[in-house]
Design a protein around this ligand. Structure first.
Ligand code: ADE
Length: 378
């Protein structure tokens, strides 16, 4: 991934980004960070790039032409128009889904302002994304650009080692991370929570989930509003179940599965809460394979799937409460499911076609889109 930072203080960027993990990534070639000095594009002999604001007022404003030419120089160099991010406090505050969305780009221009800001007209003409790093005002956009580069780089393949990997981490589920412990087992009279020494992975995962929830409740209750517990309901053959697992894993660390091939489940009443996200994964064309596998005597295949059970019958016990839902299957199945779920208290916010499972990158992007939708659902 290539970052092009347009700034009046290039050394500020290079000093920060050239250090630690981003510095290592630059050396390895996983990312490149090129700084472009806006002053080099000044139209004046004095090389000034700022002027007094029209209408009066304190401070100076950066002129449009040098900024425009600096953007153009990058576009000409790489032969395309990448996204142009302007760092400003007058914008949505950066979050993890925005970071991951930016990480899917090959090139990114980051524009840093100074003084009282940049002439509005060049922003209108060039900027695609406005990003703030927090509700406070800095002296310029450079520190914001460094924050952005650091956070985005973590998602670029090859930047983090396996141990540093970002697959599971704080904020993936819009939850803060659980507490961590290392040796010694007892320190200053404080023991490590016994569950972590149990070796029981299921219990450890449940404990971590609960700690994450509790910590988020205490420290960042605002995050909980957009935190969803993913519940994946599937029916069909092994291939369908595998799709359910693949998508759930990319949406949440703490997702759960329910196999609606099971007759007992079909008869049970199941009410999903507003804080759940229903992921309904249907057989689609995998259903064809499942039918081929039917056992002649029972009508069921190896996974217990009986294609003769009608959709409404299978989910007769399922209810939502203004619960968001994502559907995955073929067109006809999704239409049928949507009509049914809407009458049961669900709001369908996304559809995933079978093509999304063709390659890893596409699946990752699909999951990211769902996470973005969920973040703005309320
Ligand atoms: N420039 C000045 N303040 C900023 C902020 N909070 N975020 C991003 N860029 C900025």
């Amino acid at each position: 991934m290539n970052f092009y930072v347009l700034t009046l203080f290039p050394e500020m960027i290079q000093n920060v980004v050239g250090t630690s993990i981003t510095g290592r990534a630059v050396k390895k070639g996983s990312i490149s960070v090129e700084t472009v000095n806006i002053r080099d594009f000044s139209t004046r002999k004095t090389m000034r790039v700022d002027d007094y604001p029209y209408g009066g007022g304190a401070g100076m404003v950066m002129e449009p032409e040098p900024v425009f030419r600096a953007v153009q120089s990058v576009e000409e160099k790489i032969g395309r128009k990448p996204r142009v991010v302007y760092m400003t406090p007058q914008a949505r505050v950066l979050d993890q889904t925005m970071v991951e969305s930016l990480a899917t780009e090959d090139d990114l221009i980051i524009l840093c302002g100074h003084y009282e800001g940049i002439d509005e007209r060049v922003l209108q003409e060039t900027v695609t994304d406005y990003i703030s790093i927090g509700d406070y005002v800095l002296t310029g956009g450079e520190l914001g650009a460094c924050v952005l580069i650091d956070a985005v780089s973590r998602f670029v393949p090859g930047v983090l080692s396996n141990e540093e990997s970002s697959q599971f981490e704080s904020l993936q589920d819009n939850l803060l991370e659980y507490p961590q412990y290392t040796r010694p087992e007892v320190w200053h009279g404080r023991p490590v929570p016994p569950v972590l020494l149990s070796g029981d992975h299921r219990r450890i995962e449940d404990w971590r989930h609960e700690e994450s929830l509790q910590r988020t409740r205490e420290r960042r209750p605002d995050l909980l509003r957009n935190s969803y517990q993913v519940v994946c309901l599937t029916y069909g053959g092994e291939e369908t179940a595998e799709r359910g697992r693949l998508l759930t894993e990319r949406l949440s660390r703490y997702g759960s599965y329910m196999d609606y091939n099971r007759r007992k489940l079909q008869k049970t009443r199941f009410r999903m809460r507003p804080g759940n996200l229903l992921l309904l994964v249907m057989p689609g064309t995998c259903g064809q394979d499942d039918r081929d596998l039917e056992k002649p005597d029972t009508g069921e295949n190896a996974s217990g799937y009986d294609p003769a059970v009608r959709f409404e019958e299978r989910f007769r016990g399922l209810y939502g409460e203004d619960t968001p839902a994502v559907l995955c299957g073929n067109e006809q199945e999704m239409q049928e499911a949507e009509a049914f779920l809407q009458g049961r208290g669900f709001q369908v916010i996304g559809h995933v076609t079978e093509a999304a499972f063709c390659d890893e990158e596409l699946l990752q992007k699909t999951a990211l889109k769902i996470r973005e939708k969920i973040l703005h659902f309320r």
